[in-house]
Design a protein around this ligand. Structure first.
Ligand SMILES: O=C(O)CCC(=O)C(=O)O
Length: 210
């Protein structure tokens, strides 16, 4: 897949990230990593062009629809299993592919799959969890790009009394460095006043089958 034009290539901000040094976790946050105009254009395109789904997962022995829409996308081998369901990746959408290249270049990573989440309204949310499925290896770095409506992003330590809340805004890029997933959980809570939709891409590296 070719790189986008050189002008698009300059689309990401070069400013320094904010750094959060937490017990057993390190977060890096690039505010407005994508400038607003570009973030808005990407948001509209992805909202319209992707095959958004609302699958059922198994939670506490019951099948329940996830409270948001999602798409799992990546290299062909990147199947992903969580909450009792295995997801096969959708082939790369050119824009998601391009964003993955930019994120990989910025963060010196080799992400090969992306979970896209669409929160259409304030009731849509994601509960407490860690990105710790076996496919990700024992110490994954996870990056997340936010587009559209600002939403709160909470983190809490699994065993100690540490918490952090960030507001993730249009165009923000967050890196959760290992061993964050091992020791911390995160969530996007319901937010009654969130008037419009938010889209989030989390970038992951899935190992090839042995
Ligand atoms: O929407 C977000 O910011 C978080 C998404 C997330 O936690 C996940 O995909 O595992």
């Amino acid at each position: 897949m070719p790189d986008l034009a050189q002008s698009d290539n300059q689309a990401t901000a070069q400013r320094q990230p904010q750094q959060f040094l937490l017990p057993q976790a390190e977060l890096w946050l690039w505010k407005q990593w994508l400038p607003t105009e570009r973030a808005q254009a990407y948001f509209s395109r992805l909202q319209q062009e992707l095959n958004w789904q609302q699958p059922q997962l198994w939670l506490f022995g019951k099948a329940v629809c996830i409270p948001r829409r999602q798409v799992w996308m990546g290299d062909a081998h990147c199947s992903y299993r969580y909450s009792g369901v295995t997801f096969q990746p959708e082939p790369w959408h050119p824009l998601v592919w391009q964003l993955t290249l930019w994120v990989n270049r910025q963060l010196k990573q080799q992400f090969n799959a992306v979970l896209l989440n669409l929160y259409q309204q304030g009731d849509d949310h994601m509960g407490w969890h860690s990105d710790d499925e076996p496919e990700l290896g024992i110490a994954p770095d996870i990056a997340s790009l936010s587009l559209g409506q600002s939403r709160r992003f909470d983190l809490k330590h699994k065993t100690a009394d540490h918490q952090l809340s960030l507001m993730l805004e249009d165009g923000d890029l967050l890196l959760m460095r290992a061993p964050c997933q091992q020791f911390w959980q995160h969530r996007v809570p319901k937010q009654a006043k969130a008037g419009s939709a938010r889209l989030n891409l989390t970038f992951r590296y899935i190992k090839s089958a042995p």
